[in-house]
Design a protein around this ligand. Structure first.
Ligand code: ATR
Length: 268
């Protein structure tokens, strides 16, 4: 019997996940289906319960349900706990297990696809909301020093406080970044959605710096600024999208898909 999977979000019609997973399934000869399901804003739990009762094997969870998904799980991976958000669910014997592959997806894109090795690098993570929370643990594990800049500095301070015992993680305002340089600058704010640029000082990018916007699908003010400021490498979040999906696919199917042709197809 064909194993069924889905992505649940609101809205969901523009999701690229069905195309990505169908490509992975074809490539690795998996007998599975994958569809996009829009849950009503107050109907996430009911939607999950329906999928479980209908025998689905698992699903992905996207905005705005990643926190609600965490609450439904009987068991969580460490990286889902650290992110306080779940993007991948597994259903087995009526129980729900939760994982978060966003951080691994970002890392795979930066280190493997963009060939930027992170160990000992100075990273600036912009933003302290859900997107930043989802990736900071994995970034930290890559052996970097992290500065988290946020408009609301208290939120950045809260985010870094859990890591302070283990290494160098600093909370900062945008103004206090003046005079500092970074090897990697990751935009995990929602500013690009609104076509806005966080108030970054000039001269932020070290030689060979990578500027990474977790948003994809358009030229963002941040990537435009980074290009003008001389960042050596620019990347949007499309690679991360495919890589986080590949990690979820691997966990579900125990076979790792080749992401490069799928990223290339989405770019085309
Ligand atoms: P997400 O899940 O996308 O992270 P969120 O949890 O609402 O969404 O967080 C949005 C983040 O983007 C926050 O860090 C927010 O900064 P504040 O906490 O100071 O509000 C940041 N953000 C949104 N628009 C921004 C802008 N124009 N400039 C800088 N930061 C912005």
């Amino acid at each position: 019997m064909t194993d069924r999977y889905a992505v649940i979000g609101h809205p969901i019609s523009h999701s690229k996940s069905p195309m990505i997973y169908q490509a992975f399934a074809a490539q690795t000869h998996q007998d599975m289906s994958y569809e996009a399901i829009e849950a009503p804003l107050d109907g996430f739990k009911a939607t999950i319960e329906r999928l479980v009762s209908e025998g689905y094997k698992g699903c992905n969870v996207t905005v705005p349900f990643k926190f609600e998904a965490l609450k439904l799980c009987k068991q969580l991976t460490g990286r889902a706990q650290a992110a306080q958000a779940v993007n991948t669910l597994f259903f087995r014997d009526g129980a729900i297990f939760g994982d978060n592959t966003d951080g691994v997806g970002l890392l795979a894109d930066i280190e493997q696809n963009l060939k930027c090795k992170l160990l000992f690098k100075k990273v600036l993570l912009m933003g302290a909301g859900g997107a930043a929370h989802g990736v900071i643990w994995q970034l930290f594990n890559a052996g970097v020093t992290i500065t988290v800049a946020n408009r609301t500095v208290e939120k950045a301070q809260q985010l870094v406080s859990e890591f302070a015992p283990y290494g160098t993680v600093i909370a900062s305002s945008y103004e206090a970044l003046a005079g500092k340089t970074f090897d990697v600058v990751v935009n995990a704010t929602s500013s690009s959605l609104a076509d806005e640029l966080p108030p970054l000082p000039e001269g932020l990018f070290a030689p060979q710096a990578l500027a990474y916007d977790m948003m994809y699908g358009k030229q963002t003010p941040f990537l435009k600024f980074a290009a003008e400021q001389g960042a050596a490498q620019l990347a949007d979040g499309l690679g991360m999208l495919v890589e986080q999906a590949a990690e979820a696919f691997f966990k579900w199917r125990e076979v790792r898909p080749d992401t490069a042709p799928v990223i290339a197809r989405l770019r085309a």
